[in-house]
Design a binder for this molecule. Structure first.
Ligand code: GCB
Length: 593
């Protein structure tokens, strides 16, 4: 799915700003048919939860309403007009005046509606977006809604980060011609000094009367290749590769011509690079790559998961300062602006779906709840898997052309040692490979499903492990933790012989708390914990990467036992370094792998 852009044939109006807002109380029918009564004002983009002082809004389970007027630019007569929502978490309905124009389930991927027939160039219309935050056993991520004894609906879920909701990314109005580029898929390869760019263009012109022309421009804007036809491949001599830490982007300019005239043009930044898993190595452009970096979150004070370009720039600056060359979009697809930034700055991304918390064993075990089978008709079932398949489709449709994305992660910490896991995952792995045969596929394995218990790891290319020896196990005893961690990693290495990445390891740390002993929560303990992990990683040949949990402290749900959120950040929630940040910087800026 193409991100809207302004080109010679397309125009773009950003609809961010202050909108009217109301929580659905169930007492007004067809709210979109009139201006919201006594609305609050709300910022878009932002999660709505932390903006207001009313806990009934923060804890609301169900629909909320966003509304504003929009004027269609007067020059748009004769163009197709679209409303595009970058994300509505977790479900969205879009209304133009009285008409429902789009519905979408899945909180982290975009959707749009062609509203041409309902609007007029130069005139205003009411745009209403209803957003629902409910998670059930058939949504991705899953959750359950319970009703308290006094009749309040409560949302429960199996992930620790707070269930922020609303319009956390931009909303757009854009114009495009009727005959236009609808989709582009690019694959790249390298032959000696020559780059090979394969492309497939889908246009809206069903009759295929229109011609398609493709040109590639280098970073200086000089044309280096051209071709015609909706699919094919072109060669770039003396190619400059996209490399980790040394991004280089070409522009793929796609033009649709009718009777020799350009009727649409779209310009896609592309990077030429290869990715391959060979033996226990992860190769980017044929060179073994060692991942350093973090599992992140989209999370900041007040905004919740609201996209913010200031945090975007600052977070990437901090990653550069600390020597991180990569991150995982734990635990959902991030804003497209983040992916584009990674493309431009040579940061490598493991791109993850929102399938987090497909695991009922953990809740039952740790929190003493009722133990339920994760995969069963009443819990994660065929419908869950259908939603999961859709989440994979939408992730790949959105992110397939980003050179920074080197691997798909289709789930975080599912209950992969339970009966039913293999039946659930096998078709999803197959689907991912069909949709994108060029990138390795992984899932992120949970501590309770080690190499002896896990039932699905062999389906994947890279073993991504989350391990908390020294934190959730062997708490405060780093000597035992070191022995147990090493034993397990050797077990994975021997059993599968595939590359291993530690996608999560971390210790909650209260900034300012100190001790001369191995005392959990102190800054010294976080550093010693990381040192211990690194000693072990450096002894394992199949080890190809380390991503600390987490880049920054983040907000968690009320139901988890944490003090003001998860404190495993190497930076605080307002991005100040804990002592461990300096430790990591010393390691990562000197790492020879
Ligand atoms: C995990 C999860 C992550 C949690 C983390 C923790 O294994 O993948 O979402 O935040 O542990 O800190 O408990």
């Amino acid at each position: 799915m193409l991100k809207p852009q302004s080109t010679a044939t397309r125009e773009l109006v950003n609809l961010d700003g202050l909108w009217n807002f109301a929580v659905d109380s169930g007492d007004v029918e067809e709210r979109w048919k009139a201006p919201l009564a006594n609305p609050l004002e709300i910022a878009v983009p932002a999660s709505y939860n932390d903006l207001f002082t009313d806990s009934a809004i923060r804890d609301h389970v169900g629909w909320v309403w966003y509304q504003r007027t929009v004027r269609v630019p007067r020059g748009w007569a004769g163009e197709r007009v679209f409303v595009r929502v970058d994300a509505a978490t977790h479900e969205g309905k879009v209304f133009v005046n009285d008409t429902l124009v789009a519905e979408h389930v899945g909180g982290y991927t975009p959707f749009e509606a062609d509203v041409t027939d309902l609007v007029e160039a130069g005139a205003e219309f009411w745009l209403t977006i209803a957003v629902n935050n409910e998670l059930t056993n058939t949504t991705i991520p899953p959750g359950t809604i319970t009703v308290t004894e006094d009749g309040r609906r409560q949302q429960k879920y199996m992930h620790d980060f707070y269930n922020y909701a609303g319009l956390a990314r931009s909303v757009w109005l854009y114009s495009a011609p009727a005959v236009r580029v609808d989709d582009i898929t690019v694959t790249t390869d390298v032959d000696g000094e020559t780059g090979i760019v394969g492309y497939e263009i889908v246009t809206t012109d069903g009759s295929a009367a229109a011609e398609v022309r493709v040109r590639i421009l280098d970073a200086a804007g000089t044309q280096v290749a051209e071709a015609s036809g909706a699919s094919g491949s072109v060669r770039i001599d003396d190619v400059t590769l996209w490399q980790p830490g040394a991004a280089y982007l070409y522009d793929l300019v796609v033009e649709v011509l009718s009777d020799g005239t350009v009727v649409d043009s779209y310009s896609l930044p592309i990077g030429v690079r290869t990715v391959e898993v060979r033996g226990a190595e992860f190769l980017i452009n044929g060179i073994p790559f060692y991942f350093t970096g973090f599992g992140k979150h989209e999370d900041s004070p007040v905004r919740g998961k609201g996209h913010d370009n200031a945090y975007l720039v600052h977070d990437f600056q901090l990653m550069d300062w600390i020597g991180a060359n990569s991150f995982r979009t734990s635990h959902y697809p991030y804003a497209e602006e983040v992916m584009e930034f990674a493309d431009r700055h040579g940061i490598v991304v493991i791109d993850e779906t929102a399938a987090v918390g497909l695991n009922l064993a953990m809740g039952g075990g740790i929190f003493g709840g009722i133990k339920q089978a994760t995969f069963s008709p009443e819990t994660m079932n065929d419908q869950t898997r259908d939603s999961h398949a859709q989440a994979i489709r939408e992730l790949i449709a959105r992110d397939k052309n980003h050179p920074s994305v080197v691997m798909w992660s289709i789930a975080n910490e599912p209950s992969s040692g339970e009966p039913g896991a293999r039946e659930y995952f096998e078709p999803l792995v197959q689907l991912t490979r069909e949709l994108d045969p060029t990138r390795p596929v992984t899932f992120v394995n949970v501590m309770f499903a080690n190499h002896e218990q896990d039932l699905i790891a062999d389906l994947f290319d890279v073993m991504c492990l989350n391990r908390y020896y020294g934190w959730y196990a062997d708490t405060g005893d780093l000597q035992s933790a070191e022995i147990h961690l090493e034993a397990e990693l050797r077990g994975w290495e021997e059993k599968y012989g595939k590359p291993i990445i530690m996608t999560e390891y971390g210790a909650d740390t209260m900034p300012g708390l100190h001790s001369i002993f191995d005392t959990p929560w102190t800054e010294e303990y976080q550093s010693a914990y990381l040192d211990m992990n690194h000693r072990v990683f450096d002894r394992i040949d199949a080890f190809i990467g380390e991503q600390v949990w987490n880049f920054a402290d983040f907000q968690t749900s009320n139901g988890v036992f944490r003090v003001d959120g998860n404190k495993k950040g190497v930076f605080t929630r307002d991005r100040r370094p804990k002592a461990a940040a300096h430790k990591l910087r010393a390691r990562w800026t000197n790492l020879e792998k």
